[in-house]
Design a protein around this ligand. Sequence first.
Ligand SMILES: [Cu+2]
Length: 234
Amino acid sequence: MRRGIAQLVAIGVVIALLLTVVAVVFKWLPTSASEEFDRIQAVYWFATVISIGIFALVAAVIVFSVWKWRVPLDDDADGPPIHGHTGLEIAWTAVPAILVIAIGVVSAVVLARNGEAGTRPLEINAIGQQFAWKFVYSDYDDLRSGQLVLPVNQEARFTMTAVDVLHSFWVPNFGQKMDAVPGIETSIIVTPTREGEFQVVCAELCGFGHATMRAKARVVSRAEFDRWIQEQNA
Ligand SMILES: [Cu+2]
């Protein structure tokens, strides 16, 4: 009995290690460049760790059972009659329920925090139109730009709309995505954490030029951002 449990645990550990290698070695998500995406990735890892644990447990029990309790091909006898096991049934109902609730709570907290704009966010209107993005900086006399320039470590609130059909504002490295819908305003918050160049992508099939509906997003220092604003106004 004790030896069997040790073998079962050993199988589970090997499976969990293999899964961990698959989870860590491959690059499943874009590199995060925003506080919001950092939080979203934390949720992913939280759920991944739980999933690896559950999968390793289930797979270990299956592998162990097939290995230990195999019968010869010519064994036609019925197996022993099995009655329920109340303790086990309570455990396999309660534990998954607790885990799913935990994932739900963590997700809800992240969703709420990712919607917080801070005290003074940079306000930007993102306007989608076949097949280009336009960014209007309402804090700076409605300065218009086809390129998205953001100061690092500053919350930016994007208020979105579309002129013609549905579009969707997405910068993969920011982790936030929101539909731009004609006639209504939608919004998301992005707090860039890394300077660099990223891609604004339209993530809603919007017509023939959808695939080319991209813009450059540049995250720069505060000083460089102020300089850019001045240059645009000059
Ligand atoms: Cu589009």
